[in-house]
Write a protein of this length. Structure first.
Length: 299
């Protein structure tokens, strides 16, 4: 069973805030900004309120406030200063911190409030590129370091997926304006990290293309069926954890044989596992991208 964390180590705070554990200890000792709980063996532990306070302090510190100043402020002043920073400077850091707290507290209301605030000033595309992509990169690292549980990751991912589906549906009512190619989006077998692929589908539709979205865990054999119905297909796959590094090169060989036999068929690949592909199996109709932004520019 996955226990949902609501008590954190100093290493967890470092991972969530970006402030080194050594610096947190100094801030505690010199300025009394946090009051950790202690185990019987004198190990520091922190609650969600401490995490929220540290994220706020970090935001102020990153915008030029000295920790010696911040430590003297009454608790009610810090949220006021945070609001001033948000209105005067960048909302990005605050939004990411707010989404992190929404994730840690399983707080849908905070998620929606923060999202709606962003959307009042930015397009959905800008929100996704500037906030959601960095957020999910951080969430992935937090999950790998065991700072958050799978429950936290699934909670925040589902809420972002909701927004992606809503915004994709809004633009799907328009007929495609570009007919030079059709994009078929899929994930390999046992690959379930769908968020990036869903966003690429949104980008393709926004740019006027017809898409066929197949989603997660699609057998290669099933992809061959699409070739019977359409020409000028570009297959798009997002490989986060599957196929694994020992299988990914053979997987590309199979795709080359089964899907790229026709000259009008192409393959675009993105995700962590593409770095494990042996370049010798790649042909002129296969493109590898290092980021969502890079693929979006190719459209």
């Amino acid at each position: 069973m996955n226990n949902v964390k609501n008590v954190f180590s100093i290493k967890d705070l470092e991972n969530l805030s970006g402030i080194k554990a050594h610096t947190i200890r100094i801030w505690e000792k010199r300025y009394n900004v946090l009051e950790p709980m202690r185990t019987e063996t004198n190990i520091r532990l922190y609650d969600l309120q401490s995490l929220q306070k540290l994220l706020n302090i970090t935001l102020l510190h990153n915008h030029g406030y000295k920790i010696s100043q911040i430590s003297k402020y009454p608790p009610e002043k810090i949220p006021i200063l945070i609001r001033e920073i948000i209105s005067e400077k960048s909302v990005k850091s605050h939004a990411i911190n707010a989404f992190k707290m929404a994730m840690m507290n399983f707080d849908q209301t905070l998620f929606f409030t923060t999202y709606n605030s962003l959307l009042s000033e930015k397009s959905f595309k800008d929100v996704f590129h500037e906030v959601f992509i960095p957020l999910m990169n951080e969430v992935g690292l937090l999950w790998q370091s065991d700072t958050i549980s799978p429950a936290h990751e699934h909670f925040i991912s589902y809420l972002i997926k909701q927004k992606l589906l809503i915004n994709t549906e809004k633009i799907q009512v328009q007929q495609p304006t570009r007919t030079d190619k059709i994009f078929v989006l899929f994930l390999p077998m046992n690959e379930i990290h769908e968020l990036g692929l869903m966003y690429l589908n949104y980008e393709f539709i926004l740019n006027g293309y017809k898409t066929i979205y197949l989603g997660e865990s699609i057998p290669t054999e099933s992809l061959k069926d699409v070739l019977k119905y359409f020409d000028n297909i570009t297959f798009v796959s997002y490989m986060t954890v599957q196929p694994d590094k020992n299988e990914v090169t053979d997987y590309i060989k199979t795709i080359n044989k089964d899907l790229l036999a026709n000259n009008d068929t192409n393959l675009w690949l993105i995700g962590r596992m593409v770095q494990e592909i042996n370049p010798e199996v790649l042909n002129s109709r296969t493109k590898i991208f290092n980021s969502i932004e890079e693929m979006a520019k190719e459209m």
